[in-house]
Design a protein around this ligand. Structure first.
Ligand SMILES: Cc1ncc(COP(=O)(O)O)c(C=O)c1O
Length: 425
């Protein structure tokens, strides 16, 4: 089969898949399509070329993904996978959501990029929308989670004149030199010292936080639920205590909502579980339906310390990504995906608790962690063979962050696959 014929076959398959989409997500039959050898050859070729042409910083799974719809993706051989990784908590509205695709196509015909030397409409409309959704006052746009953290750390330094940062054990805030200083895993930081390294305190421990924060602290940065650290949910009082501790010392409280934003935890933002307002919050991942985008939102009292030229981004808040973000937010509202995340997350956790012999099943909404005795990287490999994409944050923790459009049948299938794998001697 030629590449063109194979693409044609894939198109036909995708058409029938998306046409049968129901309100149960993209849940349907589970039969595997025939393996297509040309796809296996394409995969082998790309794996080989990648090794020679792309910097080797990633450990990749041997899969060449070519299509996505809802909570499913297909590889070059036509094999279908339930995607419970979702681009690492990015595809909240599902792969290739029609409203996002349409908004991108429409905007791309008019204007793709201009720089921030000029005004464009979408970034202002989006800022208004983000203000309403978060209760914050101003938005600064960038292109990734790490950049949104950089913006917040710079803002905190400018606002307080201090440079010390307090972060949590098992935190993840990014890999750029600034954000890396607040990322916990020592093996990520050590090769790149000197950094402005945070004081790390145990997560969900208000006393430890209080002891670490002082009049030297510019910011405390925390995730409302730790993602890369293994889906760690703090007690609701923790963030309230953090708010008070920061107020007492004049430090900024930055909530890193890069992973918890846009319905992931069953609320629009993770901060809503504790009812607090941070001084700044960082967003990315699920913001723009899969396009790369970040935003740092902050209270007016703080943002006003930023002077013209203090921070900037060539691509930040461009017309194309902002059109995608507006469409994605529209889809989350229209399809009630925040509520769906809460309901499906509860269903998922209860099914896991019923069917899997786990040390712990934890999470909020569709941010789910499963702690197991077994080797999770090995489970990831076996699940992939059976058509399910999962992610292991460590040797014994699986993180499952499917698109919020996921259906009950799709959840059931993942639970069944996990059960089968874990039962095997
Ligand atoms: C909470 C959190 N902050 C920041 C980041 C960094 O985001 P990015 O990879 O887009 O730079 C991540 C990425 O996983 C994250 O989970």
């Amino acid at each position: 089969m030629t590449k063109k014929e194979s693409d044609e076959k894939m198109k036909m398959k995708m058409k029938s898949e998306t046409e049968t989409k129901t309100d149960e997500g993209t849940d349907k039959g589970t039969e595997m399509p025939e393996l297509d050898l040309s796809g296996a050859e394409r995969t082998a070729r790309i794996v080989e070329l990648e090794r020679e042409s792309v910097v080797q910083t990633y450990t990749r799974q041997p899969v060449l993904l070519v299509k996505g719809a809802g909570a499913r993706v297909w590889d070059a051989s036509g094999k279908e996978y339930l995607d419970f990784v979702a681009g690492i908590a990015v595809n909240n509205v599902g792969h290739c959501h029609p409203s996002v695709v349409e908004a991108i196509a429409r905007q791309a015909k008019d204007l793709i990029h201009t720089s921030n030397l000029y005004y464009t409409e979408n970034q202002v409309f989006l800022a208004e929308e983000l203000k309403t959704l978060t209760g914050m006052d101003r938005a600064f746009y960038c292109n990734s989670g790490a950049e949104s953290v950089e913006a917040a750390l710079k803002l905190a330094r400018r606002a307080t004149g201090r440079s010390e940062i307090v972060a949590a054990v098992h935190s993840f805030h990014g890999r750029t030199l600034g954000s890396l200083g607040a990322t916990y895993k020592p093996m990520y930081r050590e090769p790149f010292r000197p950094l402005n390294e945070a004081k790390f305190v145990p997560y969900d421990d208000p006393e430890a936080l209080k002891a670490a924060v002082s009049k030297e602290t510019s910011a405390v940065i925390l995730e409302p639920v730790q993602g890369e650290g293994g889906v760690n949910v703090p007690k609701p009082d923790y963030l309230r205590a953090a708010r008070q501790i920061c107020d007492d010392c004049g430090a900024l409280l930055i909530l890193d909502e890069v992973q918890t934003g846009f319905g992931r935890t069953g609320r629009w933002f993770g901060k809503e579980h504790s009812g607090i307002t941070p001084d700044a919050m960082t967003l990315a991942k699920g913001i723009a339906g899969g396009l790369p985008m970040g935003a740092m939102l902050a209270a007016e009292t703080v943002t006003d310390v930023f002077q013209k030229g203090d921070h900037a981004s060539t691509f930040g808040g461009g017309p194309l990504v902002c059109a995608a973000a507006l469409a994605s937010i529209g889809a989350i509202k229209e399809e009630k995906l925040v509520e769906r995340s809460e309901q499906m997350g509860a269903y998922f956790r209860s099914r896991l608790n019923d069917e899997i012999d786990a040390k712990e099943v934890r999470g909020l909404g569709l941010m789910v962690g499963v702690e197991l005795e077994a080797s999770c990287p090995e489970i990831v490999n076996q699940a992939r063979e059976r058509g399910v994409l999962l992610n292991a944050t460590s040797e014994h923790v699986l993180r499952m962050v499917p698109p919020l459009v996921v259906g009950k049948g799709e959840i059931d299938r993942v639970v069944k696959v996990l059960g089968e794998i874990l039962e095997k001697p």
